[in-house]
Write a protein of this length. Structure first.
Lengths: 189, 184
């Protein structure tokens, strides 16, 4: 989504928050595509992906009156759909339907390849979702700094470069989560 | 994307708005509390509190501006009851003209509410009509809960709002515009 479209979405979301029903369709149209894409990448199956995207947008619209103007509507939608994808995949795993864990059904090279491809796609989707999830948890200033970076704006002053690096470090820390305890034998320096 | 999907999402939005407005509407009902505690008009105040809650809930479901308007109107209606208790029913006369302390105090108290309401109104980008309609409805209904207060106090309160709110609308709007330009 380009910066102008993001601004339009944010503006429409603020109108929706205030109670302007005319803003509902623009917000829905702007979010449906990216939300469905993340759901498809995570679930594969079209019907399940549609369900996950719809559930995510229903939650977003239900909470629209409390939308925080300092946050990104797109980031919120992606975080919600990530959660829906995780929930559906957990349910699938419990039922033994998830292709990525269907190890017992391996009976040919093609089958192995298909499973590996599916697992790779799902892992990538999870990685994207984790980054999106971490991004929306950053404060507004860090989000703006990283957006400028992604939009290709050059960081001129050393102060701006430091700010950018700090934002990236904070994003990394959120993506990786709390530091894992060292393994036995890792305590040497 | 299909229309049933949008309908489901739009339905969730309406339910979410009502869930957002309902607890906030209870605050409007508190405006009738002074008339129960001070005026002793029990059942009448309870009815008016319920009416104020209803107005605020419906207005808040419609828009954020509606909820703010209802809260502002309820606050204006509560001013005469509170002020009548604080300043009593004394008056001052000069040159053949007598002024009730309560009327003056009501105008002052309501002016403060008017400034806050004006700032809230000028901060709205949507729902300004809802704000005005809800504010008028809540003021009228809330005033009915104050049988112990004279007409002069109510008129004083309304005059305070009418005088104080427009400058606040203009000043707050200009300040916001300056802030926006500074950030751009």
């Amino acid at each position: 989504m380009d910066p102008a479209a993001r601004r339009d979405l944010h503006d429409a979301m603020l109108r929706l928050r205030d109670g302007d029903r005319d803003a509902a369709r623009p917000v829905f149209h702007a979010l449906w595509g990216p939300t469905l894409a993340v759901a498809r990448a995570g679930l594969g199956d079209d019907a399940d992906a549609s369900d996950a995207a719809q559930q995510a947008l229903m939650k977003l619209f239900a909470g629209a009156a409390s939308f925080d103007p300092d946050r990104s509507a797109l980031g919120w939608a992606l975080a919600l759909v990530t959660w829906e994808v995780r929930t559906l995949r957990t349910r699938r795993r419990r039922r033994g339907e998830d292709a990525a864990v269907d190890i017992d059904a391996v009976d040919s090279v093609d089958h192995v390849r298909a499973n590996v491809d599916a697992a790779t796609t799902l892992t990538r989707a999870e990685d994207v979702a984790r980054v999106a999830d971490a991004f929306v948890r950053l404060d507004a200033r860090d989000q703006e700094t990283l957006r400028a970076f992604l939009d290709g704006e050059a960081a001129g002053a050393p102060r701006e470069r430091k700010r950018r690096q700090r934002a990236i470090d904070r994003l990394k820390a959120l993506v990786l989560g709390p530091a894992t305890p060292p393994l036995p034998g890792d305590d040497h320096v | 994307m299909s229309d049933p999907t949008f309908s489901a999402v739009a339905g969730a939005y309406e339910r979410g708005r009502l869930a957002w407005a309902a607890p906030r509407a209870l605050v409007a009902g508190l405006a009738a509390l002074p008339s129960v505690l001070i005026g002793g008009s029990g059942w009448r105040s309870v009815l008016m509190a319920l009416a104020l809650i209803g107005i605020a809930a419906v207005s808040g479901w419609r828009s954020r501006g509606g909820l703010l308007g209802a809260l502002a109107g309820a606050a204006v209606a509560a001013v005469p009851v509170v002020m009548s208790r604080l300043v009593g029913d004394g008056h001052a006369c000069a040159g053949g003209i007598c002024l009730s302390w309560c009327g003056v105090a009501c105008a002052g108290g309501a002016a403060a509410v008017g400034v806050a309401s004006g700032a809230a109104f000028s901060g709205l980008r949507h729902g300004r009509i809802d704000f005005v309609v809800a504010a008028i409805a809540a003021t009228v209904v809330g005033t009915l809960a104050c049988p112990v207060v004279g007409v002069g106090s109510v008129v004083g309160a309304l005059a305070g709002v009418v005088v104080a709110a427009p400058p606040a609308v203009v000043a707050w709007g200009a300040w916001r515009e300056a802030q926006r330009k500074a950030l751009a």
